[in-house]
Design a protein around this ligand. Sequence first.
Ligand SMILES: [Mg+2]
Length: 96
Amino acid sequence: MTDLEILCKKIDQLIAQLGGYWSKEWLIEPVIEELGELSKELQIDAGLHPGKTTNKGKLEEEFGDLLFAVIALGRGLEINIESSLLKSINKYQNRK
Ligand SMILES: [Mg+2]
């Protein structure tokens, strides 16, 4: 089992403890929410919100939240995360 598969299994276990994956039409909502939170941190980092500060740790935290939500979306849709990522990597490689 790869490291990514192990992490996906951990996410499955956590989601199961929380009552299981949401219905498919709602799985995108956490992705949108976490993308918004990461976007806000990036805006703060760029100085667009005077008086607010962020740091690498906060950016990493929000990136992790987004990644968790994206992987949960994929798992909930019964998509193989590793093979879908590899297909995407191959697509980018072929753009050269
Ligand atoms: Mg967050």
